[in-house]
Design a protein around this ligand. Structure first.
Ligand SMILES: *Cc1c(COP(=O)(O)O)cnc(C)c1O
Length: 366
């Protein structure tokens, strides 16, 4: 697996500048472009192109080592990838335990257009093989269970059966996992999470090395109007510049916290792929570059879990993850099929000892 060159990414714009141009990325907030005569080769209209997105996409493409298109949310990116690859009568396989809105999209809308939707839990994903599926949608590590599947093996089996694989890489980011290098056809990501990283925007992207698929996805965006706002694109670009620093810190802190939490008597169960005895550890070690910044703990009871989340001064009780502020929530409150006392923790950028002291004190008094 090739690791992306972050230094080059940070200088992509600078190295193409002319004398006197701003070093920071300008925010182009315009629907119209000055276009006398033939529009050929120029930005035309704000639903078709925008220099702020385009530069952001060049950075993401550098990270993914593949052409990228940005969208106004992770779900918009997932929708674009599915609408561009499915047709009436297609069969799609999705995880039964992944991000729940992908299931809603499939059940409520894809099925209305005659697409056959099937689901399997991540841990039994390969059971039954992949014959007859046009698209297999995977999420590894799964959110929130943190189960892992062998992406290279699944992508190969799907390809042999004549289908395409789409991987939701939100939880790992392009710095933590490289699904395209493992043979996956299309990557989708919610950049609302760690890539944006400051809990102040919603965005998503699609990355893919197949030009025909990317053409369809670009056409979907242009025709459906599912375009990012220039302001959000500008903010995401700003977040992307510090992703490497934040992601490193978050993964390192998550490892320390996981090790200490696994020794704490208030914890009934802990999941973190970086723990040697975690069921995901061996596969994560082989297939991801980092063990990530998400971990889960299960406490004694729902009440204890709520007390812990709501009293720890360095944990935001919030849904979503990947921000500079650590956050936590009981996933059962959204209907995820988990224990009522199961808590997903997104480890942020707080100094590790300060964060551990706050977490330990709140666990002891919950
Ligand atoms: C949040 C999330 C999404 C959806 O992204 P939005 O930006 O909220 O639309 C998709 N997949 C995963 C794994 C997510 O965590």
């Amino acid at each position: 697996m090739k690791t992306p060159k972050i230094g080059q990414m940070l200088h992509l714009r600078g190295n193409s500048l002319n004398k006197g141009e701003p070093v920071a990325l300008p925010l182009t907030q315009s629907s119209m472009f000055h276009l006398p005569g033939s529009p050929e080769g120029h930005d035309t209209y704000g639903r078709v192109n925008n220099p702020t997105w385009e530069h952001l996409e060049s950075l993401l493409a550098h990270l993914e080592d593949a052409p990228c298109l940005t969208f106004p949310s992770g779900m918009a990116a997932i929708t674009a990838a599915l609408f561009a690859t499915l047709a009436a009568g297609s069969r799609v396989l999705i995880p039964a335990d992944g991000y729940y809105v992908t299931r809603l999209l499939s059940d409520r809308f894809l099925s209305k257009f005659g697409i056959i939707v099937e689901k399997r839990p991540t841990i039994a994903f390969t059971k039954g093989g992949f014959d007859g599926f046009d698209v297999v949608f995977v999420e590894s590590p799964s959110n929130p269970g943190l189960d892992i599947i062998n992406l290279a093996s699944v992508a190969q089996q799907v390809r042999n059966a004549g289908g395409l694989t789409i991987a939701d890489n939100t939880t790992m980011t392009p710095l933590g996992q490289r699904p395209l290098d493992l043979g996956v056809d299309v990557v989708v990501s919610s950049d609302t999470k760690a890539v944006g990283g400051h809990s102040d925007l919603l965005m998503g992207h699609v990355a893919c090395r197949n030009a025909q698929i990317m053409e369809q996805i670009e056409e979907w965006r242009r025709v459906s109007g599912s375009i990012p706002g220039p302001q959000e694109a500008w903010l995401l670009h700003r977040g992307l510049e510090t992703l490497d620093v934040r992601f490193n810190r978050m993964c390192e802190t998550a490892q320390v916290l996981a090790e200490r939490l696994s020794e704490h008597q208030a914890i009934r169960q802990i999941r973190y792929p970086g723990l040697p005895n975690d069921p995901s550890h061996a596969l994560a070690g082989a297939q991801t570059l980092r063990f990530g910044f998400l971990l889960s703990i299960t406490l004694g009871s729902e009440e204890q879990a709520e007390r812990f989340i709501n009293t720890c001064p360095l944990l935001r009780p919030a849904t979503s993850f990947g921000g500079v502020h650590s956050s936590a929530e009981r996933r059962a409150r959204w209907g995820d099929d988990v224990d009522p006392a199961f808590i997903r923790i997104s480890v942020g950028c707080e100094p590790v000892e300060e964060l551990w002291q706050a977490i330990e004190a709140s666990l002891n008094s919950s």
